[in-house]
Design a protein around this ligand. Structure first.
Ligand code: G3H
Length: 487
């Protein structure tokens, strides 16, 4: 009801993946708790969003562009004041390094600024009148309705805001369910939301998916489902909506992005891009390189350099300087990665780097696994962690067939210098994936670039201008001229 109250219902403890030294050993700490909403409470949030969207009440969608932007700008100013708290929680909740946590916060602020700019352009364009075959037409860009926005734990601030902000700016009202890990960091922003948006425009819910989000879906009152996470999570929820054709899905899902290193590749570039591509934030990025196809002619040299670079990566606590390998926030992740490596071993692969696959508490030391083939789980499954499968190949057809036959189609990276051969790969992939990178790792940025994917990897395009388009629809007002000479 617009008040930040002390929660009287049940609470869900939040555990940090960071183990703290206590006496002779290390313990895992509960660093906070979140409310566990009941179905009734979750539906109350939905009602508030429906009411705020209701066109009859002169609410959010009918506010002028200038007014909506003012709200967002005020929110941004309040958010900037909470940088330190949010950054600290990013480190404690998801184990992101200090440098990357600061980067995530600043990138999110920049994203808001750029989205406002893009909105002003979009609005100017849609206000134009077009005269055509006796019609005076105006195409108005209008919001879609009540949007549920859910983001992933690896970018709990940035990726949730890449749907939340364009949804709000376009005039949609929002129900926002923070990521399961990376949920406490929303707390410092609650007052900023409450104080800077009209009641009901943004509603934050917490709790178990089935009781909360499941109930929202079943109500049939949601117009947009913006979800960045796993295919399973998206499908389980989507199918609960009674009229799926009335629900617009905007999805960023699983990926298994390959790198293909050709015989004529610049090895230093390929190694350095593959290191950051596969191991930034311990490989926990949907855009990470998740399988490396290395031409047999340079396999030995590649492995030698790649392993030397892995060795330079420093494990430690997120706030320690120079650290890049940090604890993994997902419970059970270490065991899952161990099982993938063991499966590969049983099918004839080896962990080729020193200490590869060793673990302690929530830490997992990167494992370079070679040679990986199609008998192994690592060939297909999205590991979302620090395990790097290496597939040696001889003919161009092998990596091309991998991409063509994959269920996923987010990105691919090609490393090489022979332009004809690269062009052949680009032609083979242009209808298979959302982005082809040449001599560069896979990634989302720059944020002005379209971000999407094919097959099971995505639905709808995000980025700054694209996201504004995806959260809106163009309605045509076509006035026929009554001037007989013009008809
Ligand atoms: O987890 C998926 C994110 O979209 C990755 O974004 O490539 O900027 O790290 P990024």
């Amino acid at each position: 009801d617009g008040e930040l109250k002390t929660w009287a219902g049940s609470l869900n403890p939040v555990l940090s993946p960071v183990f703290v030294k206590e006496g002779a050993g290390y313990t895992q700490k509960v660093i906070g708790s979140t409310p566990l909403l009941t179905t009734r409470e979750s539906l109350e949030a939905l009602d508030a969003a429906v009411k705020a969207y209701d066109l009859g009440h002169g609410y959010w969608p009918t506010r002028s562009v200038t007014e909506r932007i003012e709200h967002v700008e005020r929110f941004l100013a309040a958010m900037r004041q909470r940088r330190d708290e949010v950054v600290k929680l990013l480190m404690w909740e998801i184990g992101k390094t200090l440098k990357d946590s600061e980067k995530e916060f600043d990138r999110t602020c920049d994203y808001i600024v750029d989205t406002i700019k893009a909105y002003k352009d979009l609005d100017r364009n849609s206000a134009k009148l077009v005269e055509e075959q006796g019609f005076m037409a105006q195409i108005r860009r209008v919001p879609l309705g009540v949007s549920l926005c859910m983001g992933p734990y690896n970018y709990p601030l940035n990726e949730t805001f890449t749907t939340l902000i364009p949804a709000l700016i376009m005039g949609n009202t929002v129900i926002f369910k923070p990521a399961k890990y990376g949920v406490l960091l929303i707390r410092p922003l609650l007052e900023a939301f409450r104080d800077n948006f009209p009641k009901g425009v943004i509603n934050i819910i917490y709790g178990r998916g089935r009781e909360t989000v499941g109930a929202l879906m079943e109500s049939g009152k949601l117009d947009v489902f913006a979800f960045i996470g796993t295919n399973k999570g998206a499908n389980d929820l989507k199918r609960l909506h009674p009229k799926p054709h009335r629900l617009k899905a905007i999805l960023g899902l699983d990926a298994k992005n390959p790198a293909i290193v050709l015989p004529d590749a610049d090895l230093d570039i390929a190694v350095s891009e593959c290191i950051t591509g596969s191991l930034s934030f311990n490989g926990q990025r949907c855009t990470a390189l998740k399988i490396l196809f290395i031409h047999k002619s340079l396999l030995e040299k590649f492995l030698e350099k790649f392993q030397a670079e892995v060795k330079k990566l420093k494990p430690g606590m997120p706030w320690e300087s120079g650290v890049s390998l940090t604890p993994l926030p997902e419970p059970g992740k270490v065991e899952y990665l161990q099982a993938l490596v063991e499966d590969a071993r049983q099918h004839g692969a080896q962990v080729t780097n020193e200490n590869g696959g060793e673990s302690l508490h929530a830490f997992f030391y990167p494992a370079v696994v070679c040679p990986v083939n199609d008998k192994m789980r690592l060939y297909y499954e999205e590991q979302f962690g620090p395990v790097i499968p290496i597939v040696p190949f001889e003919t161009d057809d092998e990596p091309i067939q991998y991409v063509v036959n994959s269920n996923f189609g987010q990105q691919v990276s090609i490393f090489g210098t022979e332009s004809k051969r690269i062009a052949k790969y680009i032609d083979a992939f242009v209808n298979q994936v959302g982005r082809i990178n040449v001599n560069a790792q896979s990634q989302r940025g720059p944020d002005t670039f379209p971000f999407n994917g094919r097959k099971d990897s995505a639905e709808g395009t995000l980025s700054i201008a694209d996201a504004l388009r995806v959260f809106s629809i163009r309605t045509l007002v076509a006035t026929k001229s009554t001037d007989k000479n013009k008809q």
